[in-house]
Design a protein around this ligand. Structure first.
Ligand code: ADP
Ligand code: MG
Length: 288
C-alpha cells in the first residue's frame, strides 16, 4: 500500500479567532499504481489533504503512512519522502524562478545531491516526458505560454523520479488542447511507469476518462470513495455538494426517462456512442 491516511484531522490557526477545521476524520488507502481522482467543492479540503501526503503539513490528528511507515515518526526523513511523493501545486508556474527552463528543471535533482550527469539526464528525460521541445530549454521560463510554463513546472517534479505524483488542478486556466495534452502525458506516465497518480480536478469528464477511483470531499469529510461509475450514480447527491456528473451522464438519463434503452452507467462520450449505436441496431463504424 503506497499511502495510508488514518483518521486525519487538520485545523488551521487552532485556538485563534481564525480557527478553521479543514479536514475532519478522513481515512483511506491508496495502493501502488492507482490513478485516483480527488474532487470536491472549493474549500472542501482537497489542497490541505494532499499537502499532508508529502509531509508539507503536519496533521492536527491522525496518521499518514508511506509504504507502511509513519511519516511523522521520529527519524523519518521527510526530505526523502518529498523526492518519492512529488507534489505539483496549483498554478505551479508561479514557482519557476531560474534563468532558463533547463536550470529550473535541474533544481530538484540538484538538491538530491546527484552527480551532474545524473542531474542533466533526469532533466532531459523529464522535459521530453512533458513534451517540451529542445529549442525551449535555454529560454527564460517567463517568456513561455501558460501551458508551456505549466509543463516546465511539472517536469521539475518529474525530474525527482517520484513514485507518486500528486497534481492540484494541473489543467486550471489552460485551453482544451493544452489540457488534453497534459492529461494524456500524465496518463502515459501512469501506464508506462506504473506511477501512482492523485489528480485534483473540477472536470468530471476528465475524472470519468482517466481515474480508476474517485475520492469525494465535502466540507472536510470524505463523502464518497469508489469507481467513477459508482460515484456518478449519486449525481443528485453530488449536486447537493456543488458537484455534478459528466454532461453525457445527464443526456443518457434523459434518454432513459423517454424510454430509450441505452445502458445506465454511462460516463464517457465514447461509451454513449457505443450504447446508442447498439440501441439503433447499427454496428461500429456506421456513424462517424
Ligand atoms: P480546496 O482545495 O478543496 O478548495 P482547501 O484545502 O484549500 O480546499 O481549504 C479547506 C478549508 O481550509 C477552507 O475552509 C479554507 O478556507 C481553509 N484554508 C485553506 N488554506 C488556509 C490557510 N492557509 N489558512 C486558513 N485557512 C485555510
Ligand atoms: Mg485547492
Amino acid at each position: 500500500m503506497a499511502i495510508k491516511v488514518e483518521n486525519l484531522t487538520f485545523v488551521y490557526n487552532p485556538g485563534t479567532a481564525m480557527e478553521q477545521k479543514a479536514i475532519n476524520d478522513v481515512s483511506f488507502e491508496i495502493p501502488d499504481g492507482q490513478f485516483v481522482g480527488l474532487i470536491g467543492h472549493t474549500g472542501s479540503g482537497k489542497s490541505t489533504l494532499i499537502q499532508h501526503l508529502n509531509g508539507l503539513v503536519k496533521p492536527t490528528g491522525g496518521k499518514i503512512y508511506y509504504n507502511g511507515e509513519d511519516i511523522y515518526a521520529e527519524g523519518y526523513s521527510l526530505r526523502q519522502l518529498r523526492s518519492k511523493v512529488g507534489l505539483v501545486f496549483q498554478y505551479p508556474e508561479h514557482q519557476l524562478f531560474e534563468v532558463d527552463v533547463f536550470s529550473d528543471v535541474c533544481y530538484g535533482p540538484r538538491n538530491l545531491g546527484l552527480s551532474e550527469t545524473e542531474i542533466r539526464n533526469r532533466a532531459e528525460d523529464a522535459l521530453r516526458l512533458v513534451g517540451m521541445k529542445e529549442k525551449y530549454w535555454d529560454q527564460s521560463p517567463f517568456e513561455l505560454s501558460g501551458g508551456q510554463k505549466r509543463r516546465v513546472a511539472i517536469a521539475g517534479v518529474l525530474a525527482m523520479n517520484p513514485e507518486v505524483l500528486i497534481l492540484d488542478e494541473p489543467t486550471a486556466g489552460l485551453d482544451p488542447k493544452g489540457r488534453d495534452e497534459i492529461l494524456d502525458q500524465i496518463e502515459a506516465l501512469h501506464e508506462a511507469r506504473g506511477m501512482t497518480i492523485i489528480l485534483v480536478s473540477h472536470s468530471m469528464e476528465d475524472m470519468a476518462r482517466y481515474a480508476d477511483r474517485l475520492l469525494v470531499m465535502n466540507h472536510g469529510e470524505k463523502a464518497f470513495d469508489g469507481t467513477p461509475k459508482e460515484i456518478f450514480r449519486h449525481y443528485q447527491e453530488l449536486e447537493q455538494m456543488g458537484l455534478a456528473a459528466p454532461q453525457v451522464t445527464y443526456v443518457i438519463h434523459a434518454l432513459r426517462e423517454r424510454g430509450v434503452k441505452v445502458d445506465e452507467d454511462i460516463t464517457t462520450v465514447e461509451e454513449a456512442r457505443k450504447s446508442l449505436l447498439k440501441v439503433l441496431g447499427l454496428g461500429e463504424g456506421s456513424i462517424c
